[in-house]
Structures are given as structure tokens and as C-alpha cells.
Design a protein around this ligand. Structure first.
Ligand code: EPZ
Length: 430
């Protein structure tokens, strides 16, 4: 089982390059199968979620060619099977985007119902509501969602919940429906906009992505395109908090600063210096940071995927902070791990009360999920002594070369697979 071993205490200093957004790329890869022509997608992050989804798309018959580590060529004219294997949905929930893509193109799809995950129950009732509103028959049988329609007809859908997944899934199905669709109360995340831009580059007619209302004129067919995925605002924000928590000075490159406004505002509020450039953001912190209250909200509010990262930083701040998680019901599983490092965190329902401490000490901890795992690495980098993190497979789902990029900033971190390698690391650092 792979682990990270970290010796904390070094301020992170230097430059880090951000990759393509995982949560945009997952949807774009599935939307790419909606044409029979060849699609080239660039700036893909080389992370396990992407690689698993590519396997799922190949498994239903599409032709996938890896041009290089961050570029694929997809041709879906060879798709023969419209049901996705449970194996894949078990590994990544985002396989459910194949529902919208296959239903939009073939008017039929069968995808296993995704389970919950470590951060909450993750229902997909809004996705199903949208497909039914477009005229599809949707049943849940033997653990799978079966959707079919003689034809999909444009309609007016008002989402009950602001949902990234439902917005994207319904947008894909509606892109090839007959007539016009209006979807209201949609998610406005940059990755939703990126998927809409991608579909439009294939000949779709989607307007309003990034606002509360998306308007779609259905088209008969979609065509080839070459598209580069938007930079990953969550990867970028993670390094921004790593700089803050270690009192470092980091230039985060290849970002769209506007996407990070809520994060930047919070970093400045707690005392960081943040400097924005056209496609980069510099974060530095020289003194002990201050407390704040933060509540996660749909974009452009403070992102839930950045909640563990700010909580870890506030664990070292001067004063008491309150973090409220309003999107998912179980996103504080890292709190117990942080407590083992000397933090003072009290979780009550969807709120964490954090009394900042002077310092954390290294400990043996486990990554409970993707973003909490990345946040615990930040805690280890800021802690005094050695931290060993188990279950780092979660982190590799969404962060390309995490330890390599951190080492490039002066972190003492190594990926290890045995006690012997841990001892070797300890000897090396002396
Ligand atoms: C996407 O998940 C992201 N995943 C998540 O990132 C992210 O945390 C989330 O959006 C919110 O920004 C991907 O894009 C692959 P939602 P998604 O539908 O689409 C409720 C990461 O770390 N809801 O916007 O599943 C739901 O329970 C991951 O990269 C319904 O009630 O999130 C939640 O409370 C973690 N019914 C809220 O909406 C539905 O049909 C927001 O969920 C759908 C959602």
C-alpha cells in the first residue's frame, strides 16, 4: 500500500504549474463520444480518475489513442455496447456522465447506479428528473439506471438543487434533443462552462453556461474538435493553501485568477499576501495567520472542494474559526486525523469549530478522501517532525505528481511502499 512520508517545517517556496481540471476533463471525455468523428482533447490531467474513465469508454467500444501524457484522441464510431460495467462506476462516480452522453446520442443508456462515497450519499435524483423531463423513460433495476427514449424533446427544467453533475448530464442529453431546452437553477462552476464550450466546439448550441439559466437548441449531429481543458482551480487552490500553511512564497502558474476569487479573498482575509497576474497567482505568508468563518457554497461561493484545505490552515491560525460545510453531509472526516497531530477541531453536524494552535506535530494518519487527503499532506508539511499518510490512492485520483510538485517547492516528501523506505527517508534527511 503506498504512503507519503513527510518531514514538515520547510516553508514552500518557488513556482508550480497547474494541470487541466479533473472535474471538467471527466465530463468532456464522456461528451466526446457524442460524435462519430475523431475528437482530440489536450491538457488532460494524468490522474487515476481520468485513466479509469478512459478505460470505461474503451470498454464500451470507443477507440482511444494516447497521443501523449496529457492528450488523447477519441473516436466513438466503434461504440457497440450502451451499458457501462459496474467495475467502472464503482471506481469513479463520474462514469454516470455516460448516461447523458449515450442517451443524447443513441437515445438509450444503461449505467450502474453510483454508490455514495466518503463525503456523503450523493443522490442523482436531479439527473433523472432532467432525463425524464426530456422524454426519456428512466428506471432503476438491478442496481442500474436504464434510460431510453424514442426521441428526446426540448423542455423547461427547474433544478431543485444546484448540482454540477446534474447540470452537465442534462446539458449533454439536451444538446442532441429536438427543440429548445431551458435549464434553470444550474451550477455555474468553471468546469460546467468548460463542458458547454467543448460541446459548442463540436457544433452544439448552448448559451448561458456560467449563469443561472442555460439555453440549449438541440442539434442533429456533433462533429470533431480539438479542445484544451481549463486549468484546475482546485489543484491551484490546494497549492495556494500549502504556501499559506507553511508560511511560504509560491507562484501558482497556469491558472485563471477569476476562478479563484473566493479562495483569494479568504487567504487575504486571514493575512496572506496575494498577487494576481494574467495566468498566475502568487501567495506568501510571513507571519502567523488570523482566524475567519467560512461557509461552502456553489460557485462563485467558497468551494466545498477547498474546505479541508482552509480548515487545516486555520488549525494553525491565531484565534477560533468556524467552517460550515453546506454542500455535503460528511466532509469533516479528516478532523480526527488532524486532532492526532495536535489540532483542536470540534465537529458539530455540518460545522467545525477550530481553535488555532501554535504548531502541529507529525503523526501517522490516513487520507479519508481526495481533498481531505491533500489537506492532510498540507498539515504534514506544516507540522514539526515526521508524518506518514496511508491510503494516498485517494489523493492520486485528483492530483498529478503531487509529491513531485511539492518537492519542487522545497517540501521533504516521498512516496513509499515499505517501512524500510520510511527508514531510508529518515536517514536521508538526517
Ligand atoms: C461535483 O460532484 C464534483 N465532482 C465534486 O468534486 C464537487 O465537490 C461537487 O461537484 C460540488 O462542487 C465531479 O465533478 C466529478 P453536485 P457532484 O451534484 O456533481 C446534491 C472532488 O473532490 N445532489 O454539485 O456529484 C448533492 O447531494 C469532487 O473533485 C442532489 O441532491 O456534486 C450535494 O449535496 C468531490 N441530487 C449537492 O447536490 C442530485 O441529483 C451538490 O452536489 C445531485 C446532487
Amino acid at each position: 500500500m503506498e504512503q507519503y512520508v513527510i518531514r514538515g517545517g520547510n516553508p514552500l517556496v518557488g513556482e508550480v504549474e497547474i494541470g487541466g481540471a479533473k472535474n471538467a476533463a471527466l465530463a468532456i471525455l464522456t461528451a466526446a463520444i457524442m460524435t462519430d468523428e475523431t475528437v482530440v482533447i489536450e491538457n488532460l490531467p494524468d490522474v487515476s480518475d481520468i485513466n479509469v474513465l478512459l478505460e470505461a469508454i474503451a470498454e464500451i467500444g470507443a477507440t482511444i489513442e494516447r497521443v501523449d501524457r496529457h492528450t488523447v484522441r477519441i473516436n466513438a464510431s466503434t461504440i457497440g455496447d450502451l451499458s457501462v460495467d459496474y467495475e467502472y462506476i464503482k471506481k469513479i462516480r463520474a462514469s454516470y456522465y455516460l448516461l447523458g452522453a449515450l442517451l443524447g446520442k443513441y437515445k438509450r443508456a444503461e449505467v450502474p447506479l453510483p454508490g455514495g462515497c466518503n463525503i456523503g450519499s450523493r443522490p442523482i435524483d436531479q439527473h433523472i428528473k432532467g432525463f425524464r423531463a426530456l422524454g426519456a423513460k428512466v428506471e432503476i433495476k438491478h442496481g442500474a439506471i436504464m434510460a431510453s427514449a424514442s426521441e428526446l424533446r426540448g423542455t423547461h427544467i427547474f433544478l431543485d438543487v444546484v448540482s454540477v453533475g446534474a447540470t452537465i448530464n442534462i446539458m449533454m442529453a439536451a444538446a442532441m434533443a429536438k427543440g429548445n431546452t431551458i435549464i434553470e437553477n444550474v451550477a455555474k462552476e468553471p468546469h460546467v462552462v468548460d463542458v458547454a464550450n467543448f460541446l459548442n466546439s463540436m457544433g452544439a448550441n448552448i448559451k448561458g453556461a456560467g449563469t443561472d439559466v442555460i439555453r440549449i437548441k438541440g442539434v442533429e449531429t456533433l462533429h470533431s474538435t480539438t479542445y484544451s481543458v481549463v486549468p484546475d482551480m482546485i489543484e491551484a487552490g490546494t497549492y495556494m493553501f500549502a504556501a499559506a500553511a507553511t508560511k511560504g512564497d509560491v507562484l501558482v502558474k497556469n491558472v485563471i485568477p477569476k476562478h479563484l476569487e473566493a479562495t483569494t479573498a479568504k487567504l487575504e482575509e486571514i493575512g496572506c499576501d496575494v498577487e494576481e497576474f494574467d495566468d498566475a497567482i502568487r501567495v506568501s505568508a510571513s507571519k502567523r495567520l488570523g482566524r475567519t468563518h467560512v461557509k461552502t457554497q456553489p460557485y462563485p461561493g467558497y468551494p466545498t472542494d477547498m474546505q479541508p484545505q482552509i480548515a487545516v490552515t486555520l488549525a494553525l491560525a491565531n484565534g477560533t474559526s468556524i467552517v460550515t460545510e453546506s454542500i455535503f453531509e460528511n466532509r469533516f472526516k479528516y478532523a480526527d486525523e488532524l486532532t492526532r497531530m495536535g489540532a483542536s477541531v470540534k465537529v458539530e453536524g455540518n460545522t467545525a469549530i477550530i481553535d488555532g494552535v501554535e504548531g502541529l506535530t507529525g503523526a501517522r494518519i490516513s487520507a479519508p478522501d481526495l481533498r481531505a487527503g491533500a489537506a492532510l499532506v498540507i498539515a504534514g508539511l506544516a507540522a514539526e517532525g515526521i508524518t506518514i499518510i496511508d491510503d494516498i490512492v485517494y489523493i492520486q485520483r485528483g492530483y498529478e505528481d503531487f509529491e513531485g510538485k511539492l518537492r519542487g517547492l522545497g517540501a521533504e516528501i516521498q512516496r513509499v511502499t515499505s517501512e524500510r523506505e520510511i527508514q531510508k527517508f529518515k536517514l536521508q534527511i538526517g
